[in-house]
Design a protein around this ligand. Structure first.
Ligand SMILES: Nc1ncnc2c1ncn2[C@@H]1O[C@H](COP(=O)(O)OP(=O)(O)OP(=O)(O)O)[C@@H](O)[C@H]1O
Length: 220
């Protein structure tokens, strides 16, 4: 479904990836592991189109993604990718509901019905025990609640691929179980979930585990 072929990435003079390969298929849970600072977030940023790679090929459904064209890349991202960022990237002065609905602002107006999206947001908030928080500003909720808001926001436009950067760091056991169940549900619906994590509890549900090592992705 998505392939990065022979991609390389350097920050200033630091080589992070060198002719590395990444593939994921529909209905897979793929883990990215490796020591801190090795390139897990960078890999997710490249898949999401937030960061450019230096050389390589990017294919989605066997079609080349035009990563040099910002407009086309943004359209690809909005349409197909949901990203749960490590620092959540929520807007503090907006409410929880406004944050959940943010991706729809960057999506074509005629594509999503605002009423339907709000209903979906409320249903997801209920599942994640955030109903009471919907009208609260982000600055007035806890770290674990922020993490759940970021997770819900990544799902609101029902993307085919969900990227999650250390999605369970702030979660207690109950919420961890919710997130685990969610990822399994997404996989069963034919979505692809790519998780950068050190959390070994994900190993059992993974279809594929990559370890980033020596600037490559090594399948374990
Ligand atoms: N914008 C940037 N400019 C320069 N170097 C960067 C930049 N972003 C990341 N790096 C470097 O690239 C390397 C990979 O970073 P990355 O955040 O991808 O690692 P990671 O495996 O996700 O780490 P962690 O597990 O600690 O989150 C690190 O050495 C980091 O310092």
């Amino acid at each position: 479904m998505l392939e990065l072929k022979q991609f390389s990435k350097t920050f200033k003079s630091k080589l992070i990836f060198n002719l590395a390969d990444f593939t994921c298929k529909r209905g897979e849970i793929v883990l990215l592991t490796g020591r801190s600072g090795i390139g897990k977030t960078t890999c997710l940023d490249i898949i999401s189109g937030i960061k450019r790679y230096d050389t390589g090929d990017f294919l989605f459904k066997n079609q080349k993604v035009e990563t040099q064209n910002e407009t086309k890349l943004s359209a690809f991202r909005n349409e197909n990718i949901g990203y749960i960022l490590q620092d959540f990237a929520l807007i503090d002065s907006y409410t929880v509901l406004e944050n959940i609905l943010l991706p729809s602002l960057y999506s074509p107006k005629d594509k999503h019905n605002r009423h339907d999206l709000e209903t979906k947001a409320r249903n997801l908030a209920y599942e994640f025990d955030l109903t009471e928080m919907l009208n609260r500003k982000i600055k007035a909720i806890s770290g674990g609640q922020k993490q759940r808001v970021a997770i819900i926001r990544s799902l609101i436009l029902e993307p085919a691929i969900i990227l999650a950067d250390e999605p369970t760091t702030n979660l207690d056991k109950e919420n961890f179980d919710l997130v685990m169940a969610l990822f399994i549900k997404l996989k069963n619906e034919g979505k692809t979930v790519v998780i950068a994590t050190h959390d070994e509890r994900f190993f059992d549900i993974a279809s594929k585990i990559y370890e980033i090592k020596n600037c490559r992705l090594i399948e374990k």
